[in-house]
Design a protein around this ligand. Structure first.
Ligand SMILES: [Zn+2]
Length: 170
């Protein structure tokens, strides 16, 4: 048995392959029987050994396959703001228009709601336990506090978009 470090052409994943002999490896590779365990690519080559040993007629098969679906751009976390490097695509335009619609709907929902800021948890509890007449409020809570409210049975729903507190709007 011999072990080769193999590499797929598509993504360059490195993995180990065990073979009876070097000829066995070549036979399996030519037959497309070796697949990358990460992506299933059957176009593989030895990762560490010299590519000069690639024998005879395999040159044509060594062409890099064209990937039709490139992985989506990975959002970059920077100072808490999620950004994308694809700001002008049609998909981004669609997303922007969805967010605009969402913002309008949220504004309508909050029209009759009172901003109570950090007092939200206390006010929501007071209403839940009947100490205060029920009315619609919105404000800020820590995520742990939100969980505690939900566990107590207080009706709380996260708003889809952040709300700028009225006191810093002007
Ligand atoms: Zn792979």
């Amino acid at each position: 048995m011999i072990v080769f470090d193999l590499k797929c052409y598509g993504y360059g994943h490195v993995f180990e392959g065990w073979f009876g002999s070097s000829a066995d490896y070549e036979k399996q590779r030519a037959g497309g029987m070796i697949a990358c365990p990460m992506c299933g690519d059957t176009q593989v080559r030895k990762a560490v050994m010299s590519p000069a040993v690639s024998p005879k007629s395999n040159q044509k098969q060594a062409q890099r396959p064209v990937k039709a679906n490139l992985p989506a751009p990975v959002p970059v976390e920077e100072r808490g703001v999620t950004v994308s490097n694809a700001p002008s695509s049609a998909e981004m335009e669609k997303m922007r228009s969805i967010i605009n619609t969402l913002a309008q709907v949220q504004a309508r929902v909050l029209e009759k709601s009172e901003w109570v800021g950090r007092a939200f948890a206390d006010r929501a509890r007071a209403m839940h336990y009947g100490e205060e007449p029920h009315k619609q409020i919105h404000g800020e809570v820590a995520s742990g506090e939100a969980r505690a409210l939900i566990e107590e049975g207080v009706e709380v729903a996260p708003l889809p978009l952040p709300v700028v507190p009225p006191e810093i709007q002007n």
